[in-house]
Design a protein around this ligand. Structure first.
Ligand SMILES: Nc1ncnc2c1ncn2[C@@H]1O[C@H](COP(=O)(O)OP(=O)(O)OP(=O)(O)O)[C@@H](O)[C@H]1O
Length: 232
């Protein structure tokens, strides 16, 4: 369902050397998989996510998502493609002046969902992430773990095929981080493909999922249901 075929990404720094962030990566992630991407800072993890989001284009190689070849996708097709993806970031990226309900509903308004569908789906996803009672709270009134659960609800409300999470537990204590991981696992169990970038060795070891380890832009390890790759 996600396929990288000899993908390279070189960032062009006009004032400095070019950076080969991703070098000749070939990779397959099946529909319904749960995959961790790990590796040192600068190894190319976020670049992989940004390539998938079509925020940046591959310098060479091909990327397919389902039966869509996103490599040469026309600009005007990108918004529709992105609706198939849900994204969660380390810093939550919630709208500060909107409450929990509005933050989640806003993601639906952007894709022009009928009001009655929004009224049905927003409470459903808030219940799923355990935040039904806090729907009127502002992000500033929530803990980091709760804010991330709002961000996950927002990512899920459009029923994406794939959930991409870039360091979703980066700023959390171990208890909250574990709760978020269990939530992502639950979402995966319900059929969504989940790709998580993380630095947390503890989490990766405990979750027992496939782990792709990157180093200097290449995949140095790809293990099914194993612990963190020790490639350093
Ligand atoms: N927009 C950019 N312009 C130029 N170079 C970039 C850009 N974004 C990333 N890089 C470089 O590409 C390489 C890979 O970066 P990337 O962000 O993918 O790594 P990462 O594994 O996600 O790191 P981290 O764990 O610190 O987030 C690094 O050397 C980085 O400096």
């Amino acid at each position: 369902m996600i396929e990288f075929d000899h993908v390279c990404k070189t960032y062009d720094r006009s004032t400095d050397r070019e950076t080969k962030a991703v070098r000749d990566i070939s990779l397959k992630i099946e529909k319904g998989e749960f995959v961790f991407i790990v590796g040192n800072s600068g190894s190319g993890k976020t670049t992989l996510i940004r390539l998938l989001l079509k925020e940046i284009d591959a310098t060479s190689g091909n990327i397919r998502v389902g039966d869509t070849d996103i490599t040469g996708m026309k600009r005007k097709m990108i918004p529709r493609y992105r609706r198939r993806l849900g994204v969660v970031f380390q810093d939550f990226r919630l709208l500060k002046d909107k409450n929990v309900y509005e933050n989640v509903a806003f993601a639906q308004r952007v894709v022009v969902t009928p009001i009655r569908e929004i009224r049905k789906r927003v409470p459903e996803v808030l219940s799923m992430v355990g935040l039904s009672s806090k729907y009127k709270s502002l992000p500033s009134q929530l803990s980091g773990g709760e804010q991330q659960r709002v961000a996950i609800a927002r990512a899920l409300v459009n029923r994406p095929e794939i959930l991409l999470a870039d360091e979703p537990t980066g700023n959390m204590d171990p208890g909250n981080a574990w709760q978020i991981m269990k939530l992502l696992e639950e979402i995966n169990r319900m059929g969504t493909t989940v790709v998580v970038v993380t630095h947390s060795k503890e989490i990766v070891d405990r979750m027992k999922k496939r782990v792709i380890t990157m180093k200097h832009g290449v995949i140095v390890n790809d293990k099914e249901e194993s612990g963190y790759g020790n490639e350093d």
